[in-house]
Design a protein. Structure first.
Length: 616
């Protein structure tokens, strides 16, 4: 489908231009402003015990004063110097603790004027943590289900410049954090006279690369990046508030506690830096430390990744991470084709495992014909799924195997185009383990698949019970044809009870508890319609055939005052997409049964001005 753009010429009145020709910020028409100011739909995050959830409202539109504060563009990130955190991060407000057993709600008290990040539950589901960005830094906040209050940990100033600033460990009491180093001094001053020329070397290797934003430009930028990206690792006791530094300050890109809690997987960057690539491509060291900061095992030294071909990967260990079902086992991937997708090889990747403290050297695990795409481990420890991606065909294959017997032949589970929607089996539901890591929820030989349920009539989400022995699915539930309802998570480990989010063209999103086999859900929330004026906008799924015979579709939005048979100006919102064949290009995406909501810089606002909108 060809893209179509709408060009608008706007002439501002004299009063809008202000004095001396300065264009001032404009307020939109009332019908648009009323929609912009309406509350956003609430989001719920459940704890591991499935007895409590936290409801919160995403902050859609931060104030101009916050967006306009000075920020630095360094190595692919935008850092606010005053806070040592990212520019325009995700914020939430109006936190409410909800009991799933009784439905009772408590407003979570927070510091006055707090600018909060989404809350993160502890592994045991009794505590939760968040951050508060103040005018001069980022605080760590800790709360619990008994008090329903988020309180700052004194003396902790987080560094969120290039990595997530905190993570719970398996004891549900200790957090690993990245702090701004104590006594780091003032930012580097720009030299009035450069110390030398800006020299960049080319080694004659042809490796076309995409263009990135906000790259380093000179040695001064490198110094400033080091200043703001350097962190101090620390352990924080959420009960006593005790802060224990671990190791020395460095440019840490990630610190991940092992599932067993004994070790830390530490990733840090170092020079030489790149002026063409973001910090993720900088030279990187990957190590395992104990909780005292002593290096237990060096895993990888990844060089500057500037010569990776398009569609390729770096050589050596990549995607290093803890295996969720074991206390201290690392896994990673290594390319067998020098990371070059153009090379003809029988196998592209191999995966490795390293049981820290139990193996002297890593061992090979699985080899894949195409590019490895990741593992999903079952909570039993005897089932795992992995995917491989065939770039030439845009094809995904999913295999099942027993991780305790990696030499046994894996079984092909799913084999389909990456664009396939109608036959997409869905995604396995996960359980949070006591370690805080997650694994596929299992009930005997079964796992549970949550899918979009794409069909010629639009999406109808479903929940399936999938037999890992026979590779056959049994449908436990599917959304009806008149609404849109999707599975949020499981509530009973056998799949008999689960949480859904229901909406329709006339009903706002609300959460429900469903029991498999029953048609009567239990309402968990009763949020009112925040924008009733939008219910007058009518929408429908329209299908048509392109001149070359390809079946296509779009959602049509009709303005509130539209009368049948009228001719109205239309806005066409389309973007060119690539498919592996006409059959998958013809598949319908989305649903006309969703609750109409207009947010951000949306083209759907044209429907409030009398336009017909042909969407997607």
């Amino acid at each position: 489908m060809a893209a179509m753009a709408l060009l608008l010429c706007v002439v501002l009145p004299a009063e809008a231009q202000g004095t001396q020709g300065v264009v001032r910020y404009q307020r939109p028409p009332k019908e648009v402003l009323d929609v912009l100011d309406a509350p956003a739909p609430m989001t719920m995050t459940l704890n591991s015990a499935r007895d409590h959830g936290i409801l919160y409202e995403p902050l859609r539109y931060p104030p101009i004063a916050e967006l306009a504060q000075p920020f630095l563009r360094l190595a692919g990130v935008r850092i606010v110097p005053a806070t040592n955190g990212p520019h325009n991060p995700l914020r939430v407000k109006n936190l409410t603790l909800k009991s799933l057993a009784t439905g009772a709600e408590k407003t979570i008290s927070v510091p006055p004027g707090a600018k909060l990040s989404p809350p993160v539950w502890s592994p045991d589901g009794k505590h939760f943590a968040s951050t508060n960005t103040s005018a001069n830094g980022i605080e760590l906040l800790i709360g619990d289900t008994s008090s329903a209050a988020l309180k700052p940990v004194p003396g902790v100033k987080l560094n969120a410049a290039i990595a997530g600033p905190f993570a719970w460990t398996n004891d549900s009491r200790t957090l690993v954090v990245l702090q701004v180093p104590a006594g780091r001094g003032k930012p580097p001053a720009r030299a009035e006279i450069p110390l030398g020329p800006n020299v960049q070397e080319n080694y004659g290797k042809a490796a076309p690369a995409p263009t990135f934003e906000d790259m380093l430009q000179n040695p001064y930028d490198e110094d400033v990046f080091d200043y703001y990206a350097t962190s101090q690792i620390a352990l924080v006791d959420s009960v006593t508030g005790k802060v224990t530094p671990v190791g020395k300050p460095a440019v840490y890109a990630g610190v991940n506690p092992a599932p067993g809690g004994q070790y830390l997987l530490v990733t840090w960057r170092h020079r030489p830096y790149s002026y063409q690539r973001p910090h993720q491509s900088f030279p990187t060291e990957v190590e395992v430390w104990d909780r005292a900061g002593k290096k237990v095992q060096h895993i990888a030294s990844q060089p500057l990744a500037e010569n990776i071909p398009l569609g390729g990967v770096q050589t050596g260990p990549r995607s290093v991470g803890w295996m969720s079902i074991e206390p201290a086992t690392l896994g990673w991937v290594e390319a067998l084709d020098d990371g070059d997708p153009r090379k003809k090889v029988p196998q592209r990747d191999k995966t490795m495992i390293f049981r820290i403290g139990k193996q002297a050297e890593p061992a090979e695990f699985i080899r894949t014909e195409h590019r490895f795409q990741g593992f999903l481990f079952g909570e039993s420890g005897t089932l795992a799924l992995y995917r491989e991606f065939d770039r030439a065909r845009n094809w995904i294959r999913t295999w099942a195997f027993n991780p305790q017997e990696p030499s046994a032949k894996p079984r092909l589970v799913w084999d389909m185009s990456t664009s396939e929607r109608y036959k997409n089996p869905g995604t396995p539901l996960a359980r949070t383990l006591p370690s805080g890591y997650s694994a596929m929820l299992q009930s005997g030989d079964f796992i549970f698949l949550d899918g979009d349920g794409a069909s010629p009539e639009g999406d109808r989400p479903f929940l399936d019970k999938f037999n890992t022995k026979t590779l056959q699915s049994e449908r436990l539930w599917q959304c009806d044809k008149t609404s849109y309802e999707n599975v949020v998570t499981w509530l009973a480990p056998d799949g008999s009870k689960f949480l859904t989010r229901h909406e329709s063209p006339t009903e706002p999103p609300n959460y429900f508890v469903r029991t498999a086999g029953s048609s009567q859900p239990q309402a968990l929330t009763k949020f009112a319609d925040p924008t009733p004026q939008l219910r007058a906008i009518k929408k429908e799924l329209v299908k048509y055939k392109r001149a070359d015979g390809v079946e296509l579709s779009f959602t049509m939005y009709l303005p509130p005052d539209y009368k049948q048979g009228e001719r109205r100006p239309a806005v066409v919102w389309a973007y060119p997409l690539e498919f592996t064949g006409a059959d998958v290009a013809s598949q319908v995406s989305g649903s006309a049964n969703r609750f109409t909501a207009i947010t951000g810089m949306s083209h759907l606002f044209f429907a409030l001005h009398g336009y017909v909108v042909l969407d997607n």
